[in-house]
Design a protein around this ligand. Structure first.
Ligand code: ZN
Length: 182
């Protein structure tokens, strides 16, 4: 649908602007938006490009958590369904990091199927980033810890999309094998 394409491109422009000052934590210091594109590509591929809401959710998945964008602004631009989906993917940053991580593990299984698919793609993208361009200050045990936590979150996403689950598993085992050798 032509208007869907326009909305998707508009969302990508919105995300690129909002994340423009951010870089990934990895050594390569990639622009943050590269992660957004990677997650979006995974979700669109896995849904055959058919699920526009899921693709929009992927483009905007970190926008409330990591930029100054408000829910009101997001709703004005993309509607309440998108805001609600992105809201499912947004941690409460007023809580300590460990608590937020624990909450993700505990609550993910009750989230919508689209939110689970985006989580799967997000975690896969993060694992691949850690394998290919680890943050300089993350030692082996911190990387392993992240892999195990991501694995636990993904347990609650199982059954939402076989292809995304396979891609996660491949990244997980590739990373774990490499970390075990260290
Ligand atoms: Zn993300």
């Amino acid at each position: 649908m032509p208007e869907d394409v326009v909305t998707l491109v508009r969302a990508m422009g919105f995300a690129a602007r909002k994340h423009r000052e951010q870089k990934r934590k990895g050594e390569a210091g990639e622009p943050y938006v590269n992660h957004v594109i990677d997650v979006t590509l995974r979700v669109s591929d896995a849904t055959g490009g058919e699920d526009i809401l899921a693709i929009l959710g992927a483009i905007l998945h970190d926008i409330l958590e990591d930029t100054c964008t408000t829910e009101e602004e997001l709703t004005r631009e993309f509607g309440p369904q998108v805001t609600s989906l992105v809201g499912e993917l947004t941690d409460d940053k007023s809580l300590p990091r460990a608590t937020r991580k624990q909450i993700q593990v505990e609550t993910v299984s009750s989230k919508s199927r689209r939110a689970k698919m985006i989580k799967l793609a997000d975690k896969t993208s993060n694992l691949i980033s850690i394998i290919e361009s680890p943050p300089r200050d993350w030692d082996i045990s911190r990387r392993k810890e992240y892999f195990e936590w991501a694995h636990n979150v993904v347990l609650g996403c199982r059954g939402s999309n076989a292809r995304l689950e396979e891609e996660f598993d491949r990244a997980y085992y590739r990373g774990i094998d490499a970390l075990e050798e260290c």
